[in-house]
Design a protein around this ligand. Structure first.
Ligand SMILES: [Zn+2]
Length: 516
């Protein structure tokens, strides 16, 4: 199977020579404090290189997925450690701040490379930031993500309620792409024909394109499946921090979910690039960014010679026009498996197929919910609302998500009557704002989790008031992890790339397109 489409990634000698020069510039030892490694595709092989060594792997179809064979290793393999259980629990993570490439782990690393470079819009090179790199380079911005290092990739995953095993914390990890098929299996959906991770037909698919697998060991097949599923996304919430506060009893509503369900101790791993909209879409489609079309927050489309930006306030409305027609969202899949069902989405840009979505209101030019003043919000830690613009705005937005969910579960909202939703998705953004600004271990991050926990409590109450609690399953996750970076470790690899004399574009500060 040809990985490289010559139309988009010219394989002329001149082009390859320019890519090699750009790679060499990034791998200059002077950049070693900020460049963890560089990823690329070369013909039908994939390479990861750091200042300490290089690995070259090739993939072979294996069932519905891929098996990776190491073709050669020079020096130290940068992806040698792929342990998903590294740096758990929180004390272990905090005892190893800014792990260097010898200490860090990169779960599912080869699959991360394979899926991303399947996309025709993939870059020539992907620069991975070191764990320490404080790349947003602004005061008061400590938390970072985007790397495939385990702390930046690890999201929490809690599954709870009807049809779920009540095992509490269980060892093991999953991937965000496993969530959508697991939700459909939980709802009792019948498997059928679809496309698997390696692009071949699979006959046990629950989604049109299914890279993920059902997490069977979390489901209880001795009881009736749920009639409803509610999903909560806590953007950018570090899994160890969430689990630690739950264990301390500081997040009573998430604690209640855990008491009636399971949590994966080692988390659910975000897909490369471990950034927001790419992984919201992975959770909601069961497909990786290289397959579902929302490749990154921004990328370069060589064929159209244009920059695509998806994750910004001005482009959220139209972001899903880039969604691959080969994927199916959980909203669509739930309605296909259970015709007549209602599937609703609160504040989620990946809303294709949802029967209620604020972004859909905006697309249709309808009136919107009024943003309440931040000082008057319930469940908002005023100590952070007042000084932080991001904390205040995200609190307002998340309050509106809660109001929508309460209204729809209440049966009357927006001048309409609503049956109980089969699938209800609630996207909370405050955690991302607070974990970035204060860092994952800050009092601001903890406050954002307490505020969000209270909002989750309001949604649980609404489901209970509707008389549906016993027949509902819940899950909670994030789109990526969040790592405390080192404010002393700054710098920009653009300096090295500029000096190399190669013409390039760097999209999303990591995707490098040579001779764009
Ligand atoms: Zn995010």
């Amino acid at each position: 199977m040809a990985v490289v489409d010559p139309l988009y990634r010219p394989d002329s000698d001149e082009h390859l020579e320019a890519v090699a020069r750009a790679e060499a510039a990034l791998l200059d030892p002077a950049m070693g404090h900020i460049v963890d490694m560089v990823l690329r595709v070369d013909g039908d092989a994939y390479e990861a290189a750091s200042v300490e060594g290089r690995v070259r792997v090739r993939r072979e179809a294996d069932g519905t997925g891929w098996r990776y064979v190491e073709e050669s290793v020079e020096g130290r393999n940068p992806l040698a450690n792929q342990d998903a259980d590294r740096f758990v629990p929180l004390a272990e993570e905090r005892a190893n701040p800014y792990p260097d490439r010898r200490a860090n782990a990169y779960p599912f690393a080869y699959d991360q490379l394979g899926q991303l470079f399947d996309a025709p819009t993939a870059p020539d090179l992907i620069a991975i930031h070191t764990a320490a790199h404080n790349w947003q380079d602004q005061g008061g911005h400590l938390g970072e993500h985007g790397s495939i290092g385990v702390v930046q990739a690890r999201a929490p995953f809690v599954l709870s309620g009807a049809g779920v095993r009540r095992d509490g914390f269980v060892p093991g990890a999953a991937r965000l792409v496993d969530i959508a098929p697991t939700v459909l299996a939980l709802l009792g959906a019948e498997p059928g024909r679809g496309v698997g991770a390696n692009g071949e037909t699979r006959h046990d698919a629950l989604l049109a394109r299914q890279d993920g697998e059902v997490l069977e060991h979390l489901l209880d097949d001795r009881v009736a499946p749920p009639e409803h599923v509610v999903g909560f996304l806590l953007d950018g919430a570090n899994a160890n921090v969430v689990y630690d506060l739950v264990r301390r009893g500081e997040l009573p509503h998430i604690g209640r979910l855990l008491a009636e369900g399971v949590a994966l101790e080692h988390g659910a791993m975000s897909s490369l690039p471990t950034v927001t909209l790419a992984n919201h879409t992975s959770i909601l489609t069961g497909a990786h960014p290289g397959h579902h079309g929302i490749l990154h927050n921004a990328w370069w489309d060589r064929a159209r010679r244009e920059q695509v930006i998806t994750n910004s306030q001005t482009t959220w409305l139209t972001a899903m026009t880039h969604l691959s027609p080969e994927v199916e969202t959980l909203f669509d899949a739930v309605k296909r498996h259970r015709p007549g069902s209602l599937a609703v989405s609160m504040n989620e840009p990946c809303d294709t197929g949802a029967d209620w979505s604020v972004f859909d209101l905006m697309r249709r030019g309808e009136r919107l919910l009024d943003l309440p003043p931040a000082e008057a919000l319930p469940d908002s830690t005023q100590r952070f609302v007042r000084p932080s613009k991001d904390y205040a705005w995200s609190s307002q937005v998340d309050h509106l998500a809660t109001v929508q969910a309460e209204g729809i579960w209440g049966g009357e909202f927006w001048g309409r009557v609503w049956p109980a939703p089969r699938f209800c998705w609630v996207n909370f953004s405050l955690t991302d704002a607070a974990f970035h600004e204060g860092g994952p271990y800050s009092e601001m991050a903890a406050a954002s989790l307490r505020d969000t926990d209270a909002r989750i409590g309001r949604v649980l109450e609404a489901v209970e008031r509707a008389g549906r609690l016993e027949r509902t399953a819940f899950f909670l996750t994030a789109d990526h992890g969040m790592e405390e970076s080192n404010p002393e470790v700054r710098g920009n690899w653009a300096d090295a790339l500029d000096d190399s004399g190669v013409s390039y574009r760097d999209e999303g500060y990591s995707f490098i397109y040579v001779n764009p």
